[in-house]
Design a protein around this ligand. Structure first.
Ligand code: NAD
Length: 320
């Protein structure tokens, strides 16, 4: 198979690219290197890298025509980036997605669309099920630009499926973690690991009672590869994440313990971190029954293993 992976030089895309190339598939990566890095991709037979944007409609069209299947990961991601560039976030995540969906519909190609747990917004019906209503904050709060853009991408994809018969699979990713993830745009685990290894304070935003769930990127690759293949996933919205819920304060302590760090844990109010009042979501954990029923997938790696792998990437040896 020949895959087009948009955003393939990013954290998730580069891991998927590695796995597909290793099993003998052909991969074309389209990435503008805005948050991704060319060095995430090791040169390999069967891998082609195209530096360009999903906003370039003709380019997306040409690359889609040559592939058998697309995985659309390119997006503006990360709280910091979204608060700084809400217009670019909406443009990339909606317009770029429209280009990919449109090209796939016209050329009859299967596509997997990256969505996010952020789509659930302020919903409090936990664990989140794919058919639960979604709830946004005020339009004056720029943080919701990302969730709204991902929601619109999903709606557009389902509209293409209904009106043009597009074979689309929508995956709502919950926090995925592991090597190559960068802390620059507000991702919690790489920041904690970097802080713990350098002896800097581990900065927990808010009071630390907010919870998240973390899926190791190697598990994520298995889940996404299955969703791309199983016929029953066609036209479905599916959570991809770990059902293990952990408070952020606990994550900070875990990182400190595993890396034998003496970093203190400090709390920072959101207003201080982001310069504006922005709400955080209190709990976020997926119902993974649908993913399991469709693919048989179960997470095999733990948060602890992700912490160790992030530390090893920085040349450190985890303490246990
Ligand atoms: N990592 C997670 O935990 C997580 C959770 C939920 C959803 N997601 C989604 O998964 C996808 C991949 O996220 P990631 O964590 O790998 O982030 P990432 O920033 O590492 O990857 C995004 C990639 O898209 C590229 N990109 C951005 N704008 C582009 C454009 N206009 N044209 C071409 N390429 C462009 C970036 O350079 C980068 O390589 C995104 O769609 C994101 O919304 C990720």
């Amino acid at each position: 198979m020949h895959f087009l992976i948009t955003g393939g030089a990013g954290f998730l895309g580069s891991h998927l690219t590695d796995a597909l190339v290793a099993r003998g598939d052909e991969v074309t990566v389209l990435d503008d290197l805005s948050t991704g890095r060319a060095r995430n991709l090791s040169p390999a037979a069967g891998l082609a890298f195209v530096e360009g944007s999903v906003l370039d409609r003709d380019l997306v069209e040409r690359l889609t025509a040559r592939a058998d299947c697309a995985v659309h990961l390119a997006a503006k991601v990360g709280v910091r980036l979204i608060l700084d560039s809400p217009r670019e976030t909406i443009e990339t995540n909606v317009e770029g997605t429209r280009h990919v969906l449109d090209a796939c519909a016209r050329h009859g190609k299967r596509v997997l669309l990256a969505s996010s747990s952020e789509v659930y917004g302020l919903s409090e019906e936990l664990p989140f099920r794919e058919d639960a209503p979604v709830l946004r904050g005020a339009t004056s709060e720029p943080r919701w630009c990302y969730a709204s853009s991902k929601e619109l991408g999903e709606r557009l994809a389902l509209a293409y499926a209904r009106e043009s018969g597009l074979d689309v699979r929508i995956a709502r990713f919950f926090n995925v973690v592991g090597p190559r993830q960068r802390g620059r745009y507000g991702m919690v685990l790489p920041n904690f690991v970097r802080q713990a290894l350098s002896g800097e304070p581990i900065t927990v935003f808010g009071d630390g009672t907010q919870t998240r769930s973390f899926l190791h990127v190697a598990d994520w690759v298995r889940a996404v590869s299955s969703l791309l293949e199983v016929p029953a996933a066609r036209g479905e919205v599916v959570n991809v994440g770990s059902p293990r819920e952990v408070a952020i304060e606990r994550v900070g302590r875990l990182v400190r313990e595993r890396l034998a760090s003496s970093s203190p844990i400090v709390h920072m109010p959101y207003r201080e971190v982001y310069g504006i009042r922005t709400p955080d979501l209190v709990r976020r954990v997926p119902d993974t029954a649908k993913l399991e029923a469709l693919t048989g997938f179960r997470a095999e790696l733990s948060l602890e293993e992700a912490i160790d792998d992030l530390a090893r990437e920085r040349g450190a040896v985890p303490s246990r």
